[in-house]
Design a protein around this ligand. Sequence first.
Ligand code: DAH
Length: 319
Amino acid sequence: MTEIESLKQELKKVNAEYAGIRNVPAEERAEFGRKINAKKQEILAKIVATEKKMLDTQVEPIDVTAFCAPNESIPEVYSQEYGSRHPLATEIDRVCEIYQMMGFDVVESRQLDDEYHMFDSLNFAKEHPARDGYDTFRTEEGLIPPAHTSTMQHRVLKEYRDKLAQGKNIAVVVPGRVYRNEDVDATHEHTFYQCEGVYVSRECNMGQMLGILREFFEKYYEQKLEIRTQPGYFPFTEPSLEFMIEKPKSLGGKKGDFLEMLGCGMIHPNVLKMAGIDPAEYHGFAWGGGMDRLVMLKYGLSDVRAFESGNLSFLRNFR
Ligand code: DAH
C-alpha cells in the first residue's frame, strides 16, 4: 500500500470513530469531538503534504522526441484516414520526367519577381499595352508574383550560356506557379501552374520545336495525337505560334476538335542579346503553357477551381 493509500484508510477509520459519538455520554461529547477532529486535521495535513511531495518528485518529464510504438493502436481521437498527394504535384512530376527523358534540365520558377524579368528582359517595350494583357498583381514595393513562367527565361539563358561555348545546347524546362488578377470561374483561376521550355543551339528550327512538343503530348496522354498551329503574338518570340492538339478520342474528343495547349516560337534576337548570347551565332525556341488544363483534360475535369479548393472528396479521387 502506498503512503497516500494508508493515510486515506486512516482517515476513513477516524470518520468511522466519529460516528460513534452518539454512544458517548453527553458531557464527554465536546472533548471527544475535539480529539477526533484534531486527529482528522493531522491526517488531512499529511495527505496534502504527501501529494505535494509526489507532484514534486514523481512526475516524469514527457519526452516529446520519443517515437510512438508503431504496434500500439492509435487512439480514436485521431483520424485514421491517410492523406494523399495533390494531383497537380504528381502530374508536374510526370511532366518534368517526360522532358528529362528527352534531355531537358528542370529549373524551378519563383513566386516573386520584378518588372525586369517579367517584362523588360522579354522584349516588352516600355509602356507597351501587351504588359496589361498579363493582369499582374503587384506588391506595394512594385514586385510581381509572376504571371508566366517566361519570367525565368532571362535567368536560364544567362545561367546556361557557358554551355554554348562548350559546344553544348541549352535545354531547360521551368515548372512554376503563376498568378493573374482574373475573375475566377470554372476555367479561370488567379493561381495556376505553367511549364516553360527553353532551347538554344547553333542550329535549331521550328520543326524541331514542333517535334519535341508533339512527342511530349503523345507521351503525356499515352496516344498518337494530331497537332496544329496558328500564328500568335508574343514580344519575346518571332515568329510566334499557338500550339494545339486534337482532343484525344479516349477523352471524348471528336475529329476536328482542337484545343490550344500553349504559346511558342523562335526566341526573339533581343531576348538572346540581353542575356549575353549572340543571335548571329545561336538560335533558340521557347514555349509555355498551363499545366492545370493539361491535367484537367487527362482526367476529364471541368472545374479548375477544384485544384485550389482543398476539397477532400475531390482530392481523395487521386489516391
Ligand atoms: N508566357 C506566355 C503566356 O503565359 C506563353 C509563352 C508563349 C511562353 C510563347 C513562351 C513562348 O516561352 O515562347 O501567355
